[in-house]
Design a protein. Sequence first.
Length: 69
Amino acid sequence: MDVAVDPDYQGQGLGRKVMQYIDSYLSSVALKGSYVSMIADEPEFYEKLGYKLVSPSSQGMTKKFQPHA
């Protein structure tokens, strides 16, 4: 799932509030040792919220599949 804030409303702390809500929920239900994996288009934003880059110990990867005709 993607989380995005309309550009007209960016810079007002809305993305931070959304992520704080998500983090709070996850903290209340996650099993000990669980972690969140993501592809971050703006890693600096997430680092401010306590997320850490995994490289070079791990690398994110993607593969796009096309439906068969």
